[in-house]
Design a protein around this ligand. Structure first.
Ligand SMILES: Cc1ncc(COP(=O)(O)O)c(C=O)c1O
Length: 370
């Protein structure tokens, strides 16, 4: 084999997904393990989505609607935007990919933070763009340093808000000021995968940035059905942006990028207020309970506006992660993200949360952290 491959592709480090339960159970010879590592919805998918999907299975021999008309329309109503201002993706991941494909050419610069969601930098690498990575300051996006690193070659800035893995967020005032300092050639992407968990009065109002964009930077909000809507396995996400930018993104997407079940499931989930509300209420309740319990053991839980948060476990996080795996509890060590004493956990159901606390207490004792 003699594949000719460019250096930017060789340099890509594969994305480290959370360990699947089946793999863990096989490796460790355990059963009944729990996964609190990928910020998924522990209350499952909306039952309405499951029912609608089941009813649609007989239609799988047909291609789906390439414009995802009904889902786009329903989203537009829910978000109070125009359908032309929405672009759907195979997960919001795919909308990130569209943005990079459409806007970044070899040598163009893209600004991201570290740590933040890893996929931004990967797509830029694939495209031969240049990643400029700005360290977080006090676990939050360093907006001043980001502005300073903008050059005439900057095409995109990605801000995950709330930030993954820290759960911190920037508010409307900080955001508005930041936008005024950006040149109009730059597209600013606000990745709001976890926005449903943010208190409504603390959210950024994307509507202000969609119209009258003359002389101003383009602003995009990315959302997903993978978190609060509990449909991570279906892969449906979307971006909200000016119709002009949406038109560009439609040019780089495949014609049937949202599959039939994804369209039907997401549409049903969007109409299921009960499941959505239960998810938000239970997440906030679980987060508060876990924060208190973790504090009782002398660890520090960092405030978060999401369904996950960081915990300073007061000892090596990777050893703790390994030790917890043996008890069938999967979390993430934050060592690779630059926080060697921190783990990140996703809020689970109450029984999962209780199991996590028990395992954390036991493992910290075993490792002499307590
Ligand atoms: C900040 C952030 N953005 C985007 C995504 C991707 O979401 P999706 O499942 O819609 O591709 C994730 C997933 O964990 C995330 O944490």
């Amino acid at each position: 084999m003699n594949i000719k491959i460019s250096q930017n592709i060789k340099d890509i480090v594969p994305y480290p997904p959370g360990k699947p339960l089946e793999e863990l159970e096989r490796e460790y010879g355990i059963t009944d393990s729990i996964k609190l590592a990928s910020n998924e919805n522990p209350w499952g998918p909306s039952p309405h989505a499951v029912e609608a999907i089941q009813k649609s299975l007989a239609g799988l021999h047909r291609y789906p609607d390439g414009s995802s008309h009904y889902l786009t329309d329903a989203l537009a109503k829910w978000l109070e935007v125009d359908p032309t201002e929405i672009v759907l993706g195979n997960g919001s991941n795919e909308v990130i990919e569209f943005l990079v494909k459409a806007l970044v050419s070899t040598g163009d610069e893209v600004i991201t933070s570290h740590p933040s969601f890893l996929m931004y930098q990967k797509f830029v690498q694939i495209r031969g763009g240049v990643n400029k990575v700005i360290p977080l300051k006090d676990m939050t996006h360093n907006l001043d340093a980001i502005i300073e690193s903008v050059t005439p070659k900057t095409r995109l800035i990605f801000l995950d808000n709330p930030n993954n893995p820290c759960g911190t967020f920037i508010n409307q005032k900080q955001f508005s000021l930041f936008v005024t300092k950006l040149p109009e050639e730059v597209t600013l992407v606000l990745d709001e995968a976890y926005v449903d968990f943010v208190e409504p009065e603390k959210r950024i109002d994307i509507h202000r940035y969609l119209k009258d964009t003359e002389g101003k930077p383009s602003i995009v909000s990315l959302r997903t059905f993978s978190k609060a809507f509990g449909l991570a396995g279906l892969r449906v996400g979307f971006g909200i942006m000016s119709d002009e930018l949406a038109d560009l993104l439609h040019r780089v997407r495949q014609p049937f990028n949202i599959n039939l079940l994804g369209q039907i499931g997401a549409l049903a989930a969007l109409a299921d207020d009960d499941h959505y509300k239960l998810t938000l209420d239970q997440t906030i309740h679980g987060r508060n309970w876990l924060t208190e319990e973790v504090g009782k053991m002398g660890c520090v839980a960092y405030p978060s506006q999401t369904n996950f948060f960081l915990i300073d476990v007061k000892g090596d996080a990777t050893s703790l992660y390994e030790s917890m795996l043996h008890k069938g509890v999967i979390v993430r060590s934050m060592k690779a993200y630059g926080f060697p004493d921190f783990i990140r956990i996703t809020v689970g159901t109450q029984s999962e949360n209780i199991r996590f606390i028990k395992a954390l207490r036991g493992c910290r004792l075993d490792l002499n952290y307590a």
